[in-house]
Design a protein around this ligand. Sequence first.
Ligand SMILES: *Cc1c(COP(=O)(O)O)cnc(C)c1O
Length: 385
Amino acid sequence: MRAKRNQSIETICIHGKDLRRAVDNTGAVSFPIYQTAAYAHPAVGESTGYDYSRLQNPTREETERIVADLEEGIDALAFSSGMAAITTCFELFKPNDHLIVTDDLYGGTIRLLEHVSKKNALEISYADTSQSDHIISNIKDNTVAIYIETPTNPMMKVTDIAKAAKIAREKGILLIVDNTFLTPYFQKPLLLGADIVVHSGTKYLCGHNDTIAGFLVTNQDVISEKLRFLIKTTGGGLSPFDSWLLLRGMKTLALRMEKHQQNAISIAHFLKEHKKVAQVYYIGLSEHPSYEIQNRQGSGYGGMLSFRVNSEKTAKQVLQRVRLIQFAESLGGTESLITYPIYQTHADVVEEKRKEQGIDECLLRISVGIENEMELIADLNQALG
Ligand SMILES: *Cc1c(COP(=O)(O)O)cnc(C)c1O
């Protein structure tokens, strides 16, 4: 293997850091899809390094190599979904271990914690991790990890990753960061002191609203070894074809993220001025309470924003009237999608908790796509009325 070089991120998206060429003797420029379950052995006691695709598959490994390089990790593991990745990550823990988690998490992660992790006797504390003293005050003798999302969904609260990492290091516990929203293009948690990065690869990494995938990335051998054992044992690995779709999607990550962000900034400014909009939650607005922290820990703000309209009637009208923007769950793809968190992503969250966080009938969330900026604004303008 050639020495790794310091490539820029646009190049890493396409080639990784190791500019190896010619995976086979055809010179194929696009990495092949190794659609095989098993691999033949040359002789007794000899192996090609490949035995069975639950354990190893060249297409999956190529995808993992690119993601590890993008996140500045030593290893990345590709899973069949973001939830499969997170579930496997939690298998690092044992009964009576205590986790501190962001209170404004992805709804599916809350469901996993409430209905699976608790059954497995993990102890969970929800905390406003954007306040570091809330992390500290929740630490107990049996705390083993801090699990954060930043920015959060849908309220766009920012946690200071380096501060959380310092707390984790001092206590000898893990810091796990779900980096789905900003991607390594804008934020690299491992460089800020995190131990594990989580991704729903379904979102920006794949980027085209057409594949479900997930990743765990680490910069530590011990963690990598444990996770490799777990993926082999629990079997959540990404299929060869979906691995290839991820490879294909990631080639344009840099271009897409720039355009998602450019469109999001314009839409945030448009919404801010609209008389039917009460508040805009976007980390790229200078009035966002964590704008300074975000500028310190990332190189951009991404394409996700939420906004509060003046009434439930307006919210429903917007969802009914949008034409270019589609009323659908999910995020991070080329198509702009608008969601109603109270009835979709956060329907499983108990009302009291939702209210506490400001997720009500007036709140809408947009995953800003890469369509024409003025046409997106025109669509929102006619929908708001
Ligand atoms: C979508 C999402 C997940 C779950 O990923 P899937 O690929 O849908 O299983 C986890 N975290 C965040 C922040 C997400 O947006």
